[in-house]
Design a protein around this ligand. Structure first.
Ligand SMILES: [Zn+2]
Length: 532
């Protein structure tokens, strides 16, 4: 029997590898070309071919039997069987429904890629609105830019709600309470554990967040000449208040990067920890162009080294950090063990690849990094270092509270989409982010967040990733470099390759973390680093 399973798994991977590659290449093409009907159609067809494999009922029945039998498989096959079974499960739905879902998802994704908001009579990009929210001091113009950033939500909301209804209906047919619960189980994350962890993080961060925000608000109000007590969302440089407004800090880190070569600094960073990204930079598409996707991502095209990063670099701290982040994903994909079978040559989990991306993305605010990599004199570095750590800490607190808002909202979206979601959104924003809702606003502002539509039930991975990044950093300090250092030491790369990247998806995420650091995911490292 186990020989039969081995042979099936080998054949399955032979089938899926070229389909995965084809889909990745078409996704890449569409992200670069933007609004292109032909590419959009090609992507949908490619995804359908891929999903059709996982739609097969007979194969799924066989997999389920094998999964419940005691087969004494070897380590690779045992893990593969579970992952393949879990990939089949959510696709056990009618072929025409599967097709409809893919079409709807692609349409929404493309709308996000190509939408230009109307601002004061002009069509503007995300980056242009962000520039206004970063630099503009006229509060009325800030408010209009913030409102413009929400326009896409009103386009997306009805389409997204239809998609949520379909996802839920199909998940219920498969025996789950809803799509949200199904996705948690398939991602090997315990929903109850995550929500009680979030309760704990909310309580532990409350005092630190409240104090940090009061200081930030009063600095911003003074800057914009506002006298009233309200903290409306357009005070902040990010449309969702998910990032720290660096223009509100006394020392702006953007000055450090205004003449920098962001690409070269990214290379130096990874070189300094012993990881080579020259080939990855060669395959990347890094600068803004008309019609190109405005976001940033990394994709592993073939699990054989064709790893591609898309960015839209501007010379500021946000893009420095984003480049370090995306190439964190890229080195994880590049340095997996080629001995592993195709489906295991990938990160253990979304949250583990986010952890590596975040660990490195944080560095653009790190004093040691600013000296060793960005080349600041120690005098300059001293001057910006206090502000740098303060802004990193603020960023973590702000992101944590924002993520709690979004994750809790998303669960409600799937549990009960019929409730007043517009109202619930602002209730959560007020409660967790402590931002004053705009007066009399009842619009689908929540739907302007692309993750809800295009990366469903994903956001908790960012928080778990941040916790894991702090745990890895603490382990690197104590056990690997045995100092408070990170950059400039090749042992860091050696540890990451050996303990995190090479095992690929052979172990579930918590087992991998335990093998690498000696303990399960433990939030105390993050709390010690940023909250206390
Ligand atoms: Zn990421």
């Amino acid at each position: 029997m186990s020989a039969e399973v081995t042979s099936y798994l080998r054949q399955h991977q032979k089938t899926i590898a070229p389909l995965h590659k084809d889909y990745s290449l078409r996704f890449w093409d569409l992200s670069l070309a933007g609004n292109n009907r032909e590419f959009e159609k090609a992507l949908v067809e490619s995804k359908e071919r891929y999903l059709k494999v996982y739609n097969n009922r007979g194969e799924f029945r066989q997999l389920r039997e094998w999964k419940h039998a005691d087969l004494q498989l070897d380590e690779f096959d045992d893990r593969l069987l579970k992952l393949v079974h879990d990939a089949f499960l959510p696709n056990q739905i009618d072929e025409h429904v599967l097709r409809e879902i893919v079409e709807r998802e692609t349409q929404i994704e493309n709308l996000f890629n190509t939408f230009r908001a109307n601002f004061d009579g002009d069509n503007v990009s995300d980056n242009q609105l962000r520039d206004i929210l970063r630099d503009e001091t006229d509060i009325n113009r800030r408010r209009r830019a913030w409102e413009a950033s929400k326009q896409i939500g009103h386009e997306i909301a009805p389409q997204l709600l239809e998609l949520v209804a379909i996802r839920n209906r199909e998940a219920r047919n498969l025996g789950y309470a809803d799509y949200y619960a199904m996705m948690f189980e398939l991602q090997e994350i315990d929903e109850q554990w995550v929500f009680s962890l979030f309760d704990r993080l909310e309580q532990l961060s409350d005092a630190a967040f409240t104090a940090m925000k009061a200081e930030l608000d009063s600095a911003l109000k003074e800057k914009y000449g506002i006298t009233d007590g309200e903290s409306y969302p357009w005070l902040y440089s990010d449309p969702f208040f998910q990032e720290f407004p660096s223009a509100g800090a006394s020392e702006s880190l953007d000055d450090v990067f205004k003449d920098a070569n962001i690409e070269a600094l990214t290379r130096s960073h990874y070189e300094s920890i012993g990881l080579d990204i020259v080939d990855l930079l060669g395959r990347a598409d890094l600068y803004e162009r008309e019609g190109k996707s405005q976001h940033a991502f990394c994709m592993d095209v073939d699990h054989e080294g064709d790893v591609r990063v898309l960015c839209n670099i501007r010379k500021n701290e946000r893009w420095m950090s984003t480049m370090l982040h995306e190439f964190g994903h890229a080195v994880y994909d590049k340095y997996n063990d080629r001995i592993l079978p195709f489906l295991l040559r990938t990160p253990a989990h979304t949250l583990t690849t986010e952890a590596i991306a975040m660990l490195n993305g944080r560095m653009s605010k790190n004093t040691e990094w600013l000296i060793k990599i960005a080349g600041l004199s120690s005098g300059e570095a001293q001057r910006v270092s206090a502000a740098a750590f303060k802004s990193l800490r603020s960023e973590m607190l702000i992101f944590l509270r924002w993520a709690i808002t979004l994750v809790r909202f998303e669960r409600e979206l799937y549990r009960n989409a019929g409730q007043n979601l517009n109202e619930l959104w602002w209730e959560f924003v007020a409660r967790f982010q402590k931002v004053t809702p705009p007066p009399d606003r009842s619009r689908s502002d929540w739907a302007s967040k692309n993750h809800l539509a295009t990366s469903p039930v994903y956001y908790q991975n960012y928080v778990l990733g941040e916790l894991m990044a702090s745990q890895l950093l603490q382990h690197i300090h104590k056990q690997v470099v045995k100092s408070e250092s990170y950059v400039g030491d090749r042992a860091v790369g050696g540890f990451l390759v050996g303990k995190v990247f090479k095992p690929g998806a052979l172990y579930d995420w918590n087992t991998m973390l335990r093998k690498a650091t000696g303990e399960d995911l433990n939030p105390t490292h993050f709390i010690a680093q940023f909250v206390k």
